[in-house]
Every structure is written in C-alpha cells, then in structure tokens.
Design a protein around this ligand. Structure first.
Ligand SMILES: N[C@@H](Cc1ccc(O)cc1)C(=O)O
Length: 519
C-alpha cells in the first residue's frame, strides 16, 4: 500500500487489544499493519498448535480435527484423510450469495479475524497468522459474498472465503479489481498455504464478518449523531424556532448524559443565554423540540455499543478453544454472535430514528404552512420566476423515501433465529444480517442528513438575504458549517439537478469532512 496514505500509523496484531478506530483505519487503508514478532507471543501461539499435534498423536480424537463438523461430529475421520479435512470445510462452505462486501468491509472482516486468532486460543501456527497479516499488508483482500451466515456457527460461509484465499483459491480484490487468487499470488510470489487440521475451523468458526461490519457501522453512527445535532441547530435558526428548548437547566432535570450533551451542543450553536424567567415563545413541533430526546437515544447508546463491539472484537470467538498453556481443549459456543446481533439491531433502530427526525425537520422547513415566512420548497427564485421553480420539492420527497426505507429495515434480525444444520445449530444470532441491515440504514440516513444539511443551509441563506437574520448574530460553530457548505453549494435559485451535489454531500459525511463538536 502507498506509504503516503498511511496517515494513521502502525497497527500491531498480537499482544494487545485493537480498537474500533484501528479497524476503521485498516479498512480505509490508512494504517500500516504488522504482526508482533515478540518471542513470547510467537511461542505462545505455536504452543497451541504443538499441543494439538501432540494430543492428536496421544488420544487420536479431537473435535473438528479427527471428526466431522457440527452435527457430523460423530463421524470419525480415518488418519490418512485428516489432512484433507480443512480444505473440505472451506470448500463446502463456498456457497455465499448476493452482492460482495466492499474492499473496505472485507479488510475490516479480515482484520477482525486476525485479532481473534492472535489471542492465542485457536490452535494455529504463527505462520498462519503471518500469512493472514501478509494479505492485509499487500492489500490482497478476499472477495466475500454478503449472504449465507446465520451468525452463530460463526460466520462460516463468509469466512470460508478467507480460508480458501489463503490456500490460493477463489478471488481477491487487488488494485481495485476482482482477480483470481492464483494469478495475484503468482504475480506477488505469495505461496498458498496448506492448512493444518484445526486451521480451517480457526479461520471460519467466529464472528469476524459481523464484528468487522459493526466497527465500521459504529464510527459512521457516531458521526451521524453529531451531524444531526448541528443540522437541528441550523433548522432551528432557519425556522426561527425556540432556542430555549435546549436550555441547560431544562436538561438538568432529565439526567441522560448523552441527551444532555446533544442539548448542550445545540444550545451553544444557537448562541443564546439562559432561558428567561418566563418564556412567551411558542413551543415548536417535536422534531425540533424533542431533537435531543431522539438523537440522545443514539448518543447514550454509543458507550454500551462500543463496549459490546470492543469485547467481541477482542475475544476468542472460536470453537473449540485450544489452551496450549494449560493443555486443555474447551468445547463451547464462542462463535455465537448474540452481542453484535443485539448491538446492530439496536443501532439500526436508533439511527433510523435520526433519518425520521431529519425528514420531519425538512418537511417543516419546506412547507409554507410551517416555515415562518420562507418561500415554498425553499426556492430562491424571485418575481414571476418563482411560479415555475420548485426548489427542493423533489429532494424533500426523496428524503421521505430514504427515511421510510431506513425505518423499514429496522425489524430486528436476531428474533428470526431458526434451527438449522440438523438441529445442531438450533438457536442462532443472525448477527451478520443485523449488521448488514444496520449499514444500509446508516447509508440511507446519511442521504437524509445530506439533504437536510443542504436545505437548512438554503433556509439560513434566504433569511440572511431577506435580512430576517444577521450573519453576525450566528455562533462561530454555525458560521463555520455554513461556510463549509458554501464552499460546496450555491444558492438554489433556478431549478437544477441536485443528484451530484447530494452524492458529494453524502461522501463528505462519510469522510467526516464537516467540522462538528469536540466531544
Ligand atoms: N460451529 C460448529 C462447527 C461447524 C462447522 C461447519 C459446519 O458446516 C457446521 C458446524 C462448532 O464449532 O460446533
């Protein structure tokens, strides 16, 4: 990877926990990755693999090594076929369907799997970890179809694409293209690996697909919470709303810290002092007045969501657990992604509520019945020209469609558990479906936020043009965002196609371009 873009420094796998931010940096190709070369780490990893080898020689039976997988564990594998077993595992799971995960998402998934295996309880060789890290280093990224995981025997099918690629099979992303793995391996002189008995299972039997996605979703949601607060402030100015709805003493009696934080940010943006003794101003509609109560649900959820994701990311999500130190093989269900499933089901609900909130704010601002004297659909056309111009009418309709589509995706996935694999997997998490839904909800909400930002900016510009607000009365933070939008967008006077501008705004949200709050 180009050294010039490695702005986030180095990330070392092995020995320490990784953060959600580090997974995001790796996904974006902004971090240089390496594997710990500490003697103690290398020997701890290898001890697990050696212990397994010795145990196999001594006892002759180890689940997933000398037996079939899952419900087929009663099948014992003749010694001469044991070596072939791992390649059967990734081969029969080569049945993923649907769209492919993006390169960014696939890097996050690969990185999440390495974090888990590097905990040292998966019974693999150090060499396998080296090979996995090498893929990231050389940016040779497995192509992974999105569909086919129930999220509780691990993400078996998606992760089979990582195992297969290590062995030189299937396809990889390289230089932005999908290419056959053999071709890229030949060109880069990467030798395919032959998996040792437990190694196929170690790569596949965990929650890395949903967890990698969860790390990406978390970062985007965190930003959406902040930008929704900033947009609400702009909407409040444009609608000439009641700034005292965000007063500090009002919020001191409702002690949700995240909700208070949002109210405080909006209050500071609005540049007003403490509420007067008696406030005659009318109460605004809920999408303004209750904005901290809606955005606050997400803001207050971020800490526990982070804890769930951090813990899953830095866990050994595998089975069986190989404890080389104490020479134990522990059988359990650590491939079960219940925490990520619940986190993603919850996150998509909280985020979709932002789409809904912003869509309602847009509706108020576009409608002359509610917008306190602004033109219909925020059109900036004047004189007779205003009769043929329709301003943001279609963008408002679009925002309603995106909000509805986001809300429609909030059905929890985790409640759709179904018994599968001959009733061995009779309760599963569906966490990967939850994470994919969550990403989609986030995408749609970013579209609504992009429209809301544009429309709120137009509302403020129209107020400035008609002298109903003064530029100098605005807070530093609002002026800053308004200037940033002015660099990207000019006042909508005559109707024009807004698709390109909207797409640019969405991408600027994803790049965290808009300067928001110091949390
Ligand atoms: N997750 C199962 C293993 C398994 C692997 C592949 C399968 O197709 C099914 C089950 C376990 O550890 O018990």
């Amino acid at each position: 990877m180009n050294a010039a873009v490695l702005q986030d420094g180095q990330v070392i796998f092995g020995g320490t926990d990784l953060t959600i931010n580090q997974i995001n940096s790796i996904a974006k190709g902004h971090a240089e990755v390496c594997l710990s070369e500490k003697e103690e780490f290398i020997s701890r990893i290898n001890r697990g693999a050696e212990f397994l080898d010795n145990l196999w020689k001594k006892e002759g039976v180890i689940y997933g090594v000398t037996t079939g997988y899952g419900d087929s564990c009663t099948e014992s594998i003749p010694t001469e076929l044991v070596e072939e077993l791992p390649s059967h595992l990734f081969t029969f799971h080569g049945c993923g369907m649907g769209e492919m995960f993006s390169i960014e998402q696939s890097r996050a998934i690969l990185a999440a799997r390495i974090v888990s295996i590097a905990k040292g309880f998966s019974g693999v060789r150090y060499k396998l970890l080296q090979k996995l890290v090498d893929l990231l280093k050389k940016d040779v990224i497995p192509v992974i179809p999105q569909e086919g995981s129930v999220g509780a025997s691990g993400d078996l099918t998606p992760l089979s694409y990582i195992a297969a690629v290590l062995c030189g099979k299937r396809k990889v992303w390289y230089l932005g293209q999908q290419m056959y793995t053999t071709k890229v391996f030949d060109a880069l002189q990467i030798a395919p690996l032959r998996l040792r008995p437990k190694e196929g299972l170690a790569i596949m039997n965990g929650t890395a697909a949903m967890t990698g996605l969860a790390c990406l979703a978390y970062k985007r949601a965190e930003y959406l919470s902040q930008i929704s607060a900033r947009i609400t402030s702009m909407m409040c100015i444009a609608l000439q709303g009641n700034a005292y709805h965000f007063d500090n003493s009002l919020f001191s009696v409702k002690p949700h810290p995240g909700q208070n934080q949002i109210a405080q940010w909006i209050h500071e943006d609005l540049n007003v002092g403490a509420a007067p003794k008696h406030n005659n101003r009318l109460q605004d509609r809920y999408s303004l007045r209750c904005a901290p109560h809606v955005i606050g649900v997400l803001q207050d959820s971020l800490p526990w969501l982070k804890r769930f994701i951090d813990n899953e990311l830095n866990s050994t999500n595998d089975n069986p657990i190989i404890d080389g130190e104490n020479e134990k093989v522990l059988h359990g269900g650590h491939f079960y992604g219940g925490h990520i499933a619940f986190a993603m089901d919850s996150l998509k609900n909280a985020v979709a509520n932002l789409a809904d909130l912003l869509d309602r704010q847009i509706a108020q601002l576009s409608d002359v019945k509610f917008n306190n004297g602004l033109p219909a659909n925020l059109s900036g056309a004047v004189g007779t020209r205003s009769s043929i111009n329709h301003g943001f009418k279609a963008v408002q309709i679009g925002a309603s469609a995106w909000a509805a589509e986001a809300l429609k995706q909030t059905m929890p996935a985790s409640v759709f558990s179904r018994s599968t694999e001959c009733h061995n997997q009779d309760k599963v998490s569906m966490g990967t479906i939850a994470a994919r839904d969550c990403i989609r909800v986030i995408e749609l909400t970013e579209q609504v936020a992009a429209s809301a930002l544009m429309i709120a900016w137009q509302g403020i510009q129209l107020r400035i043009r008609s002298n109903s607000i003064l530029w100098n009365s605005l807070s530093y933070s609002l002026k800053n965002t308004i200037k940033q939008v002015s660099d990207q967008f000019t006042l909508l006077e005559e109707d024009r196609e807004l698709e390109d501008a909207l797409r640019r705004f969405v991408s600027l949200i994803q790049k965290r371009h808009w300067r928001l709050y110091e949390a």
